[in-house]
Design a protein around this ligand. Structure first.
Ligand SMILES: [Zn+2]
Ligand SMILES: [Zn+2]
Length: 129
């Protein structure tokens, strides 16, 4: 099997979802069309794409690292109940990188922002019970 074919399938699966999946989830999806795929291959491809800046890896306090097919800087909301990660459609905070550089003398490449709380489903479920 050609390596680039596996990579293409991994990219396609990752781009087709907004759920910020784990490597294990991507593996299960790609395996439906490529049964010979190994989890190690998925990890290796994700790492390569991350190093090239084609995808993002989300910092995760839990066991599983999640991946994002949208490599442009954007903000996230993480539900503390169901652990799902959503994209937040807000413009980036303007000028904050420059402000931090000025006050610290550090060289900022980008910043991440993650909101925490309860997603809509979990708020609804709580109100129903
Ligand atoms: Zn939730
Ligand atoms: Zn995202």
């Amino acid at each position: 099997m050609r390596k680039s074919k596996q990579r293409d399938a991994i990219v396609r699966v990752l781009m087709s979802t907004k759920s910020h999946p784990t490597a294990e989830w991507i593996y299960e999806e790609v395996r439906k069309e490529m049964p010979n795929l190994s989890l190690g291959t998925v990890y290796r491809n994700l790492r390569m794409m991350k190093e090239k800046g084609e995808i993002l890896e989300l910092e995760q306090t839990g066991t599983f690292r999640r991946f994002d097919g949208n490599s442009a800087n954007h903000y996230h909301f993480r539900c503390e109940k169901c652990s799902r990660v959503f994209d937040i459609d807000e413009p980036l905070v303007a000028g904050i990188d420059e402000r931090v550089e000025k006050s610290t003398g550090f060289k900022v490449s980008h910043h991440r922002l993650e909101f925490r709380g309860l997603c809509r489903d979990c708020v609804t479920a709580r109100n129903d019970s």
